[in-house]
Design a protein around this ligand. Structure first.
Ligand SMILES: [Zn+2]
Length: 244
């Protein structure tokens, strides 16, 4: 068999139509990072792949290496469609925001096991639990920025470099400031502690906590920081008016 055929597991980030009956799927795969692949005839009613090639699903792919930018999906087997997640609008909002962010933040063909694992873990969390749903996407943003080498500085004041109590988020500096130096509005201590908790540990640490967190403040901080990093808005995320 030709070595042009290969297998990998991946999450479908998004799909779009191509021609009459085909689709292009953008995947985040375990072994190859983000790739684009054509699925022939998938929009025909007879296609068995139609129900599998759906954003936010974890799939075993059998692909053909075309030599060009677009790969070709030969076969796809569903591993987890996260059906429970997809029947809940709040969870879906978080999941779609996560998928869009990975698509925007990650370059093609630059694999990261850490990102793939984190992506499958957050989808699994949304599919399994009803706890701390609105913390999932913001916490994911903080962690993804850290993996991409743009983590927020939360160990010392970004202006005076002192290890003092931090009270405000300074978006342009990608970090936090003390009372003496702050240029931005004061944040609650629990919000800053939650950022510290996510960056110093795992997402699960925060998601499993019975948090007293002011969700909106944590959400705005994390998502705004990610949008600032991307230089683009995350369109599928519905949030309140920015306070930064
Ligand atoms: Zn300072």
């Amino acid at each position: 068999m030709s070595d042009r055929y290969y297998k990998t597991q991946g999450i479908i980030l998004r799909t779009y139509k191509l021609g009459e009956a085909d689709k292009i799927a953008v995947l985040y795969t375990k072994d190859y990072g983000k790739i684009r692949a054509v699925v022939k005839g998938v929009r025909k009613p007879t296609s068995k792949l139609g129900a599998i090639i759906e954003p936010g699903s974890l799939v075993d792919f059998y692909l053909y290496r075309t030599g060009g930018e677009l790969q070709k999906i030969i076969q796809a087997v569903n591993i987890n469609g996260y059906k429970r997640l997809k029947s809940d609008l709040d969870k879906l909002n978080e999941a779609f925001a996560i998928l869009e962010t990975v698509d925007r933040a990650c370059e093609d063909s630059n694999p990261s096991t850490e990102i793939f694992t984190m992506l499958t873990n957050v989808l699994k969390w949304l599919d399994t639990y009803d706890k701390n749903i609105r913390l999932v996407f913001p916490a994911f943003c903080l962690k993804l920025m850290l993996i991409e080498g743009a983590g927020l500085v939360v160990d010392y004041c970004i202006f005076c470099n002192k290890d003092v109590k931090l009270v405000a988020f300074e978006m342009n500096e990608n970090g936090f400031s003390c009372e003496k130096c702050r240029k931005s509005r004061r944040l609650s201590e629990t919000t800053i502690n939650a950022v510290r908790q996510v960056l110093g540990g795992t997402l699960r640490n925060l998601l499993e906590t019975d948090s007293l967190l002011e969700v909106k403040e944590f959400e705005l901080l994390s998502v705004s920081a990610m949008e600032h990093y991307l230089g683009a808005q995350i369109k599928s995320f519905k949030k309140s008016v920015s306070i930064f």
